[in-house]
Write a protein that binds this ligand. Sequence first.
Ligand SMILES: Nc1ncnc2c1ncn2[C@@H]1O[C@H](COP(=O)(O)OP(=O)(O)OP(=O)(O)O)[C@@H](O)[C@H]1O
Ligand SMILES: [Mg+2]
Length: 140
Amino acid sequence: MTTFAALGTPKELADTLTAQGIVEPFPIQVKTLPDTLAGRDVLGRGRTGSGKTIAFAIPLVARLAEREAKHFRKPGRPMGLVLAPTRELATQINATIEPMAKAMGLTTTVIYGGISQARQEKALRPVSTSSSPARAAWRT
Ligand SMILES: Nc1ncnc2c1ncn2[C@@H]1O[C@H](COP(=O)(O)OP(=O)(O)OP(=O)(O)O)[C@@H](O)[C@H]1O
Ligand SMILES: [Mg+2]
């Protein structure tokens, strides 16, 4: 059995996962983490529940927490964007990413349509954002 740490996951993130009982990486995580943590692009396909969210959450947070990336942090300028097709998915993805981001001193927020935009704009000091596409459109 391999571990998240053995695949290159920063200790803080591996500890966050362990605290949730997530100890043994699923296959899509084993196969993608060495490349994604090294900054390479990956296209992964796996059935529902195969662990894709954590597979992309780990490198997203790990790389944005690196010292070089932090150098580019600016209020109002999120450094990561995860697009999801529905607000429910965006919220679920944020729930996965948020504790990891917190462990690295980063913040996240969720952006979607149908509610006051001003409040979401105010929250836009994050490093990683999960967003549904309609609301994201105003930012692109
Ligand atoms: N290595 C792991 N060990 C134990 N549980 C895990 C592991 N990786 C992910 N999980 C859990 O498995 C569940 C499904 O993971 P996830 O939502 O990432 O799957 P998915 O591939 O994104 O599915 P979908 O296609 O439905 O979006 C989640 O509850 C997640 O916390
Ligand atoms: Mg998913």
